[in-house]
Design a protein around this ligand. Structure first.
Ligand code: ADP
Length: 324
């Protein structure tokens, strides 16, 4: 692949075969596999092979030039189809796969939201991936990881010109009152030890209105729908992973998520509004007033009392803004 990318024009089968020490037949097989992946490669019996167009796929080969991370995304599993990247990431975590490993699939048949809800993930239209983290923290701190994810995606979108995006604490990103990204963090831990955390991020990038099932059309959007043009998924993924490493490192090394909190607060869709909180037993209204340094949502109840909510404890619905 590198050969084809680095050569301006045609490169002959013989040249590749000499340099790599492989047979012409095996090159031919490899070229066909690349074509199947979506790379456009011209072959001429006399001149050899020429890469016409890189495929719009998010494998390591394609995204590495956008990465300036040390460990996040440096081990990279790429799938064309999978049930759920979170499920795969958990399986790999159990087998000992290292921190920073990314599992990405071009499509998911059983992508998940919270509480087992389905996440719609059409092929090559979004960025559907999970990351394995192994922080040496108390399990109660794990919910901070979701906020780190939200801040990372937010900043990546901002750098690509999306200024209208809002963060709905703790795990969704919203544009024009519609969900554009969801984050699902799952943890395996013991009483005072995290074994691993898997954070799944689903970002709707080049989804068209008609790709959404009927029930999502009014509550979901994509970057393409908002901007009216295709968005470069490779660059965007690179930005997200770069940000993730920056904010996660800050958390691990200084035990603070101040930068993350700052981003989540400044761009929150909830703060200052009336919200509806749904926990296992009841539904109540409150006003969202702050996100504290621990990443908890601070709410004020009708009787004036103040309560801190840990992410994952309750579902939040905006009463006047974003309505699911
Ligand atoms: P919430 O945090 O809002 O309670 P979840 O994080 O559980 O929701 O996400 C799952 C829900 O998101 C689904 O029930 C569905 O309504 C919605 N959804 C599913 N796929 C998508 C998508 N690609 N884009 C936006 N919303 C989606």
């Amino acid at each position: 692949m590198e050969f084809l990318k680095n050569s301006e024009g045609y490169i002959s089968g013989e040249e590749i075969s000499n340099k790599l020490g492989v047979s012409r037949a095996s090159i031919w097989k490899h070229i066909n596999a690349l074509k199947d992946e979506g790379y456009e490669i011209e072959s001429s019996p006399k001149k050899g092979y020429r890469l016409v167009n890189s495929a719009d796929i998010l494998n390591y080969e394609e995204i590495k030039r956008y990465l300036n991370t040390k460990y996040i995304g440096r081990t990279f599993y790429h799938f064309h189809h999978i049930d759920s990247t979170n499920t795969k990431a958990k399986e790999l975590s159990r087998q000992g796969e290292i921190e920073g490993t990314v599992i990405l699939s071009e499509s998911q048949s059983a992508g998940r939201g919270r509480l087992g809800r389905v996440w719609c993930s059409p092929e090559r239209k979004g960025i559907w991936f999970s990351i394995i983290l192994r922080p040496d923290i108390d399990p109660v701190q794990a919910s901070k990881i979701t906020l780190i994810g939200a801040a990372s995606v937010y900043k990546a979108l901002e750098s690509m010109g999306f200024r209208e995006c809002k963060i709905k604490w703790p795990n969704d990103l919203i544009i024009n009152n519609k969900k554009v990204c969801g984050i699902l963090t799952e943890m395996s831990g013991e009483l005072n030890k995290v074994n691993y955390i898997v954070m799944g991020i689903g970002l709707n990038v080049n989804i068209d209105q008609n790709d959404f099932p009927e029930e999502l059309k009014h509550i979901a959007t994509s970057l393409k729908i908002e901007k009216g043009e295709m968005i470069d998924r490779k660059k965007l993924l690179g930005e997200i992973l770069n940000n993730l490493e920056t904010y996660y490192d800050e958390f691990i090394h200084s035990n603070s998520i101040d930068t993350t909190i700052d981003i989540c607060k400044k761009n929150s869709i909830l703060l200052g509004s009336e919200i509806q909180c749904i926990d296992r037993n009841n539904i109540f209204n409150a006003k969202a007033i702050d996100i504290n340094p621990e990443g908890e949502l601070v709410i004020q109840l009708k009787d004036g009392s103040i309560k801190n909510i840990i992410s994952g404890e309750v579902s939040i619905r905006g009463l006047y803004g974003y309505v699911e």
